[in-house]
Write a protein that binds this ligand. Structure first.
Ligand code: NAI
Ligand code: 15L
Length: 263
């Protein structure tokens, strides 16, 4: 492919993917509000506020695929969420419609379903249960992608990422963790699929204690290889176990479910 756009490229996941996806396109176009440093020879840097429609149109023009990581990534006040995750997502899909419908990999979140309890196993047909305004904005993103798929044929992978970090940070992440390597192999599957459609995919490694059933996305051929279980002993040693009646122990969204609404 000629040009792959990564939004949110200055963030935690963005920095990880910038390095790992370097050879997936002739040019990586990197965007964020935050500083992205200097461009390597195969990179283009285009700072952009996702809430700025004209800037997002310039960003998307000429791109063959988009990894959309940009936006507010935790619970926050509604105003920044509205700008980045709602208006920004609308701007992105409108720009994609205007510029040849490049395939989009959308970083959705487990916080779209965070109020399900940890003793429940979910497939992608279960109703949404966002655990805050952030999770609700990701529900909007999923709805936006579905609408543009049904109406215009826009292909988008809706990756409900669990917890994508170098390693699980607490006991809840023994279920929700996805390794960077598994995320990369999922991105490859989404980019290579002859027909992607608009699947919901649980962004999670092959964890023994997973809550999520990915069988609806089996046609993509994604085989996550990592398993958070290998971190259990270390977490038992270093992290306090959450109280059994705490949100961290009860809900799939963990502490997000206990958070109030930020005003
Ligand atoms: P992050 O917060 O480190 O990175 C997000 C980036 O988006 C930041 O660099 C920020 O400057 C940028 N951004 C925020 N508002 C913007 C705006 N208005 N215009 C342009 N850029 C803006 O988050 P992280 O962890 O890298 O996550 C990346 C994506 O994946 C986010 O969309 C997040 O919601 C999603 N996700 C991440 C998970 C994880 O475990 N890391 C889990 C579930 C979802
Ligand atoms: C998310 O959606 C956040 O972006 C990330 O920072 C983590 O909090 C993750 O969910 C999680 O639930 O662990």
């Amino acid at each position: 492919m000629k040009r792959l756009l990564i939004t949110g490229a200055a963030g935690g996941l963005g920095r990880g993917m910038r390095r790992r996806l370097a050879d997936r396109a002739e040019i990586l176009r990197l965007s964020d509000l935050a500083n992205l440093g200097d461009a390597a020879p195969h990179e283009e840097i285009m700072p952009c506020d996702l809430g700025d429609a004209a800037a997002v149109h310039r960003l998307v023009e000429g791109c063959d695929a988009i990894l959309h990581l940009g936006g507010i990534s935790v619970e926050d006040r509604f105003a920044p969420i509205l700008n980045a995750n709602i208006l920004g997502v609308y701007n992105l899909f409108e720009a994609a419609r205007a510029h040849g419908r490049p395939r989009i990999i959308f970083a959705s979140s487990n916080h779209t379903i965070g109020y399900y309890r940890q003793d429940q196993r979910l497939d992608v047909t279960m109703p949404l249960r966002p655990d805050g305004l952030y999770g609700l904005s990701k529900c909007f993103g999923e709805g936006m992608a579905r609408l543009y798929h049904d109406k215009f044929g826009q292909e988008t992978a809706l990756v409900r990422i669990g917890s994508c970090f170098e390693a699980p940070r607490n006991h809840r992440m023994l279920s929700s963790w996805m390794s960077y390597d598994d995320f990369v192999s999922l991105i490859d599957c989404c980019l290579r699929a002859p027909l992607l459609g608009c699947p919901i995919i649980w962004g999670v490694s092959d964890n023994d204690s997973t809550w999520w059933d990915n069988s609806a996305a089996a046609y993509l051929g994604w085989r996550p290889k990592d398993n958070a279980e290998r971190f259990r002993a270390e977490l038992d040693r270093t992290q306090p176990r959450p109280a059994p009646d705490s949100a961290a122990a009860l809900y799939q969204g963990g502490p997000f479910a206990a958070d109030g609404i930020h005003t």
